[in-house]
Design a binder for this molecule. Structure first.
Ligand SMILES: [Zn+2]
Length: 265
């Protein structure tokens, strides 16, 4: 019986008889859960069928603000054999309040808003892909070395308006430093100049799992290209809305962002 917990990047094996012994009792917000089933078994997550690969692998995310419990139903040959509630452990995120800012720093003007909406469409299309690859079950690596300058989940409240929480990890590094792919995958977005994120790449690792790399000085890959873990994809920059050279690295499962630091610890 295989059961490996890497703090949050949990890989669990579910034999059909003693499921409750192999499933973790609790999982942390911002985690990516990867597992393996027996032949004939399937899962429902909160009542919805979870995609299972041909070799019976699956993945799902625990969102930043997920309160749980998450309900996992195990089925054998389409018959329910157990219903399990997994507790979600809440985290405390860094909150920064800044008041008295001039209005234009808080809300973008109309022209900028148009650009942001157009950019979002491109990003949303890449995020909703559901490819059959199972690269997500390989371990992830840090895409560039540097100083952690921003953590997952932190949030700024500007003039009492909560901005969206930070969706990844910021790694401050010299401009031009090589950025590599965090895992095997397929390039599904490669843009030189998005408004917020500047030079941006999304790599698809299968079953809804993607990694995003932002503020790149150069984007050295093309959409559709297959990429291996550790392969160079671009260079650290400060493009888009950025105050200095750094890599913004995010990992998501469809719309749900997870904490990249939990994948490499
Ligand atoms: Zn960032």
């Amino acid at each position: 019986m295989k059961f490996k917990i890497l703090i949050i990047f949990i890989f669990f094996y579910i034999p059909n008889i003693c499921f409750s012994q192999t499933l973790p009792a609790s999982i942390l917000q911002g985690g990516l859960i990867v597992g393996q089933l027996d032949q004939g078994d399937s899962l429902k997550l909160n009542g919805t069928d979870l995609k299972i690969s041909r070799d019976k692998q699956f993945v799902f995310a625990v969102g930043r603000d997920e309160l749980g419990p998450m309900n996992i139903t195990v089925l054998k040959n389409n018959e329910v054999i157990s219903i399990n509630q997994i507790k979600v452990i809440e985290r405390e995120y860094e909150i920064q309040r800044i008041n008295g800012l001039p209005k234009k720093m808080v809300s973008p003007d109309e022209e900028v808003l148009k650009r942001i909406i157009a950019d979002n469409k491109i990003i949303v299309n890449a995020k909703k892909l559901d490819l059959d690859n199972t690269y997500f079950s390989n371990s992830f690596m840090i895409p560039t070395e540097g100083i952690i300058s921003g953590v997952f989940g932190s949030q700024r409240i500007l003039n009492d308006v909560p901005k969206s929480p930070h969706k990844g990890l910021d790694i401050a590094a010299p401009e031009g430093q090589t950025v590599v792919s965090t895992n095997n995958g397929v390039i599904t977005l490669a843009e030189d100049d998005l408004y917020y994120t500047g030079g941006t790449i999304i790599i698809d690792h299968g079953h809804g799992v993607k990694s995003i790399y932002a503020h790149l000085l150069t984007v050295d890959v093309k959409v559709g290209q297959k990429i291996t873990k550790g392969e160079p994809i671009g260079k650290v920059g400060s493009t888009g809305r950025s105050t200095g050279p750094h890599l913004h690295w995010g990992v998501m499962w469809f719309d749900e962002y997870v904490d990249p630091q939990l994948l490499i610890n």
